[in-house]
Design a protein around this ligand. Structure first.
Ligand SMILES: Nc1ncnc2c1ncn2[C@@H]1O[C@H](COP(=O)(O)OP(=O)(O)OP(=O)(O)O)[C@@H](O)[C@H]1O
Ligand SMILES: [Mg+2]
Length: 150
């Protein structure tokens, strides 16, 4: 089952992520796919806000992981630079931790990811429009999507 939703501005993307964040639980994993500039980091900013994180969220090119504290801990990975690399930086410990984890360009570390997760893909339709697809894998994420009333 895949749910889709149109996001007509950066604010809508952030606001959707804020709503989603309020439903997240310790240990949840979200993967983000979408071309350069699709809105993955914009989405993550919303998640952070929704978790009550005050610090600025961004994705500096050479930082694979940033960790934040709010209602829950947030691990924000951007693994873009691991394309064509099979480097394992010890991902497993992050996926078994109590934090919420979000991974931009998750396909580059596919082999290290737990199977159960919420897969989010953002496709650019025009300057401001994005089409978001959400595919829950596993019971936890199916329930989460149901709670979103998409
Ligand atoms: N509906 C929208 N949702 C999200 N971002 C949008 C939307 N419309 C326009 N934008 C703009 O698109 C850009 C998205 O940039 P962002 O850094 O979030 O993308 P990204 O997917 O993280 O890119 P990268 O792959 O380089 O990390 C921002 O400048 C944002 O303002
Ligand atoms: Mg980004």
């Amino acid at each position: 089952m895949t749910y889709t939703k149109m996001l007509n501005s950066p604010e809508e993307t952030e606001n959707f992520a804020i709503c989603l964040a309020k439903l997240l639980k310790s240990g949840d994993l979200l993967t983000l796919e979408g071309d350069l500039g699709a809105g993955k980091t914009t989405f993550t900013k919303g998640l952070a806000k929704g978790l009550g994180i005050q610090r600025m969220v961004n994705s500096p090119t050479f930082t694979l992981l940033k960790q934040y504290s709010g209602r829950l801990e947030l691990n924000h990975f951007d693994v873009y630079r691991l394309e064509n690399s099979d480097e394992d930086i010890g991902f497993e410990e992050f996926f078994t931790s109590d934090a919420v984890t979000v991974v931009e360009w998750a396909r580059f570390i596919e082999e290290y990811l737990p199977k159960e997760r919420l897969e989010i893909t953002i496709n650019r339709q025009s300057d401001q429009e994005r089409k978001m697809s959400l595919t829950p894998i596993g019971r936890r994420y199916e329930n989460l999507c149901r709670e979103l009333n998409l």
